[in-house]
Write a protein that binds this ligand. Sequence first.
Ligand code: UDP
Ligand code: GLC
Length: 385
Amino acid sequence: MMSRERVLFVDHTGQIGGAELILMDVVQGRSESTAFLFDQGPLAKALSDRGPSVITSRWGIGLSRFRRDSSWLKALPLAGGLAAIIAELAHVARRHDVVYANSQKAFVLSAIANIVACKPLIWHLHDIISPAHFGALQRRLQVGLANRFAAKVIVPSEAAAAAFIAAGGRRALVEVVPNGLAVEPLPMSRQELRQRLGLPPGPLVGVFSRLARWKGQHILIEALAKLPGAHCIIVGDALFGEQDYAAELRKQVGELGLGDRVHFLGHRSDVPLLMQSVDAMVHPSIDPEPFGRTLVEAMLAGVPVIATDAGAAPDILEHGRAGMLVPPGDARALAEALDAVLAEPEILKPQLDYASRRARTHYSLARMLDSIGLLIRNVRPGAAV
Ligand code: UDP
Ligand code: GLC
């Protein structure tokens, strides 16, 4: 069905992380809408292929280097560029019915632009607004702007909702819309997939996240050192300026003598193949995860999940019924859990069946798109709510 609202979708990055994969689904078929990106990258084409026209700001280059835990003082040299983006946004927003900010940087600038543009503003907040993720000033600014200017704040989990409210966000603004995915298990055995992908035949685990310290890949490497004979694929790259961490991981692997058992595959576009080829999918985030698409991807693919017990993971895994939970940052506990899964995979069969059913009922793409479509329709001026 074609959508009528002219939505201005705003994102600060041109890279494709989990939040942008959600945006790619949300914009599907919305050819009357526009996506406004602050930076260049593969996201522009991915969005325009799905419907909207895309504007990449002339001023945004360098903004994504400003990290979310940085002090806003560090943004001062960028102030001219920020002001120019705000002016561009205010101008473009005028010919749209609704503004939809898909990241915190996008929201902050859209909210300021909105002082002039006066359009209903939705913030799809893919982050946990907590001290682990953001500095105090950033938290206050984001929540203050949301309370004043947002018509709705969409979050993917109760954990993200609770953090927004604990930071001072108005409860009435919040709509929890769990991320939705559509992944079908591939009709190929694990060993066939491994042969095709050139992966080792023995015990194999994987992590499928961009490289960033809070995603905890270093904990998985530490755990692997305690599991002789097991191999691990590290899928993903440093998308948002975490190159130092990526270098640290390689150094850690060298120091632990794991060079022949840890395989860095970089950013891949064939995650479903790789995911279904491993014996366990590990989600080792050391800080609370706002959602974690890879959890649901593994559940849908029938792959055992071991995740850290923080953020949205306990909810998605139903406190251990649909996957195993270990304390964040605890390599020993992770190694023990992996050892158990690798030793007796057959006892997990009922859990895997349950996880797959749960993923289909709770995290379907259609359900997410319906909920977001309705929210967009209802904030539009003149909508009968
Ligand atoms: N992903 C990918 N290629 C990679 C690594 C990850 O396509 O090399 C995908 C992964 O399958 C998932 C998304 O990126 O759909 C990451 O989303 P998630 O919510 O797990 O975490 P985020 O990176 O957004 O914090
Ligand atoms: C963010 C979060 C991740 C979430 C994704 C989509 O990148 O870090 O947990 O799954 O957005 O909402």
